[in-house]
Write a protein that binds this ligand. Structure first.
Ligand code: NAP
Ligand code: MG
Length: 397
């Protein structure tokens, strides 16, 4: 390795897996260079969350990061960890500092069949994570009256429209988005499509929401001009359609593309797509900034329930696959950026060793019930990782 990967350690069961993965699957094979940040809740609390900010700055500086799942504190965690403050979600902080878009992709194997029988290849969902209903304000109306939308420009320009004249009680809502955020989203989507060499779909409801959703469509079209030639060269396309048409087409498709969604659509559709593909433990996630910086992670959380069992001395069978793929994704990208084919090959072999193991029926408990046509052999986390290691050794020897 030449440039370090930014390593963001985390919490609970995934922190335990993190160390096992490094010790068994990485350090024996790679001359590892990382810049380490401990985003475990204890250290976030001790540093006043500065460590999260530092790690995000490092990700922006070096361009590739890998992150372990972390606890987002709530009232219960405040007492459990005796926290000084209810720190914000580290993922939220990192995402806003990198101005990034999250892409979620399922890891698929032949013995786990998606609930949608047409799906043969993974579908990646890209969710625009700013604005719309998530930053909206609403009012509950309890008497007749007029609701208006008013914009007052700094120049003195004023625009006013009647939303509705209420004859009785009702509700109303105001929401927004910004050209800058939509443009960043579009750049991240087109960049990642080129990375994966997969076509990208985008859908809104611009027939109804002519100005609001129409603006999303316009900006995507505008930004796509910059990528058009590279898309043609890569043999991929940008496909725009209406959201209802997109849903119907997705269900009938065989997968193998990226589906860019507005914030709410992405929230809803990513849960549907991930459940239909099988297991949250087999879902990877990558945060891509508009200027091409990457942060890789598993889509699941810290698997608290398993951690408490682990602390009680019980055996756990937690699935490390998505976390291993976060590392392999980071190694492949680092290798590509620094032109180190050996590192890219190691990433490929690590993933292949995971597939070898799973395809032989060796699995963690969460996958056992999902598999068809093979008799699963369930292992605990350590033995499962050992099984991957022996296959990796074979592949690399
Ligand atoms: P979770 O950690 O994803 O776990 C929910 C359940 O899903 C687990 O109890 C387990 O089911 C199953 N599961 C998830 N990952 C698995 C794996 N790798 N192997 C086997 N089973 C797996 O979600 P949570 O319990 O709602 O959240 C726990 C903590 O994680 C919270 O403090 C939350 O803030 C944090 N979180 C962090 C991130 C992140 O850093 N990106 C994302 C989400 C949540 P069974 O118990 O039935 O076996
Ligand atoms: Mg959701």
């Amino acid at each position: 390795m030449i440039t370090p990967i930014v390593e963001m350690d985390g919490d609970e069961m995934t922190r335990i897996l993190w160390k096992m993965i490094k010790d068994e699957l990485i350090l024996p094979f790679v001359d590892l260079k990382t810049e380490y940040y401990d985003l475990g809740l204890v250290n976030r609390d001790n540093t006043g969350d500065q460590v999260t900010i530092d790690s995000a700055n490092a990700a922006k500086k070096y361009g590739v990061a890998v992150k372990c799942a972390t606890i987002t504190p709530n009232a219960k965690r405040m007492t459990e960890y005796k926290l000084h403050q209810m720190w914000k979600s580290p993922n939220g902080t990192i995402r806003s500092m990198m101005d990034g878009t999250v892409f979620r992709t399922p890891i698929t194997i032949p013995s786990i069949h998606p609930a949608v029988k047409f799906w043969k290849k993974p579908i990646t969902i890209a969710r625009h994570a700013y604005g719309d209903v998530y930053k909206s304000i609403d009012i509950k109306v309890d008497e007749p009256g007029v609701a208006k939308l008013i914009f007052e420009g700094e120049s003195g320009k004023r625009e006013e429209q009647v939303v509705h004249t209420f004859k009785g009680p009702g509700v109303l809502q105001g929401m927004h988005n910004t050209d800058a955020s939509i443009r960043s989203f579009a750049h991240a989507c087109f960049k990642y499509a080129l990375d994966l060499k997969q076509s990208i779909w985008f859908a809104t409801k611009d027939t109804i929401s002519k100005k609001y959703d129409g603006r999303f469509r316009e900006i995507f079209e505008e930004v796509f001009e910059e990528y058009k030639d590279r898309f043609a060269a890569a043999g991929i396309e940008y496909f725009y359609t209406l959201i209802d048409d997109a849903v119907a087409r997705v269900m009938r498709s065989e997968g193998g593309f990226i589906w860019a969604c507005k914030n709410y659509d992405g929230d809803v559709m990513s849960d549907m797509v991930s459940t239909a593909f099988g297991s949250l433990a087999m879902m990877t996630s990558v945060l891509v900034s508009p200027d091409g910086k990457y942060e890789y992670e598993a889509a699941h959380g810290t698997v608290t329930r398993h951690y408490y069992k682990y602390l009680a001395g019980e055996e756990t069978s937690t699935n490390p696959i998505a976390t291993i793929f976060a590392w392999s994704g980071a190694f492949r990208k680092r290798g590509e950026m620094d032109s180190i084919p050996e590192l890219m090959n190691y990433a490929d072999q690590l993933e292949a060793a995971c597939f070898d193991t799973l395809n032989e029926g060796i699995v963690t408990k969460d996958l056992a019930n999902l598999m068809e046509g093979v008799t699963p052999v369930v292992k605990n986390s350590a033995d499962f990782i050992a099984a991957i290691r022996s296959r990796l050794e074979k592949r690399l020897s």
